[in-house]
Design a protein around this ligand. Sequence first.
Ligand SMILES: C[S@@+](CC[C@H](N)C(=O)[O-])C[C@H]1O[C@@H](n2cnc3c(N)ncnc32)[C@H](O)[C@@H]1O
Length: 386
Amino acid sequence: MSSKPSSFGNRALSNARRAKNDEFYTQWADIEREMNAYLEYDPNVFRGKTVLLPCDDPEWSNFTKFFALHFRDFGLKKLISTSYAPNSNAGGAFYQPTLFETTSPDYSKARSLKRGRVMVLEADRNGDDRVDFDDLQWAYLKGDGDFRSQEVKALRDEADIIITNPPFSLFREFVAWLVEGKKKFSIIGNSNATKYSEVFPLIQKNALWIGATANNSDMVFAVPKGSQVTEADRTKAERLGYPSNDERQYTRLGNSCWFTNIDHGRRHEPLQLMTMADNIKFSRHKEIRGVGYPRYANFDAIEVGFTDAIPSDYEGVMGVPITFLDKYNPDQFEILGTSLQLGKPMSEIAKKGSYPTGGPNFYLSNGDGTYRRTYERIAIRKRAGK
Ligand SMILES: C[S@@+](CC[C@H](N)C(=O)[O-])C[C@H]1O[C@@H](n2cnc3c(N)ncnc32)[C@H](O)[C@@H]1O
């Protein structure tokens, strides 16, 4: 018998690997920084609101602890958090029920593995005149706590605001689930998700934007003991203040960020830019200093390869890097689309062989009858009077 796994075996293996990558637990400081940015912009952002934390796990997660601690000062009406059944998630192998659960009269070993859990915090139940983690009530869900289940959907519909770090492998589905529920949200994802066809149109119509914090910096996550963490990531996490120990292992991701539709001040800060003439004279980028801004061959716009080199006085369309979205201020610029959507096919413009292929994108002339392809770009235009 061949030892090569069948294609089903391969699929099962890669599903397991992917699911394991979903077990990344967010650090308190990252949650605090982002929520503080919303509160700074609107101190009443959470007041009177029902907040749902799905795909959570209070045993590991800081989201439930954070919002339980701030229940009163944020003025929350109700906090609900749900967790996914250990048997359904790849971290299940590491699952240890908490004392919180095992000492409860409702504890059942079988249900503990198969069912999701729901925790609700609404009022002071133990008479200590505080509303905190100790007042959380919990119950097993009927199903495994999948966010797509009817019972978790019903909780979504009850909530005003949804906050979590959802499973990375289901990010697109999670965004669609939020949009379907028409909720305010703040979630963590991979910054590459800005390019997803489910996400970019939302950014374009100002229905979703990048969060206020953690952009272009590392975010540290706890991962289940036994997960594979590279030495480089482990030491980087350690340098950031999270040394792995007997109980916890930490890793870091350089490309995670928050995606939200809750307003914050950073997105209303205008980018400070120089005029086109000044950029050509003084830009720190040799591609621009003394050179200028070339026009694309297959789209009516200029190429601006660096966000800090966007000319403040240019009224036409500009192609800018995707990382512009970290700095995007919707009052200052409008987004017209991506190079994938807007680039005219090069086959209509140039001879076969004179340009690198690879699907739609923006192209620049090399001046000798050949063309080069740019990185993916976003086409933007300055808002009138800005
Ligand atoms: C990236 S972790 C984040 C956990 C927690 N929210 C935090 O940030 O600390 C994603 C969580 O979603 C759970 N999960 C995976 N698939 C799920 C699904 N279909 N429905 C609900 N939760 C799911 C995983 O088991 C994991 O606990």
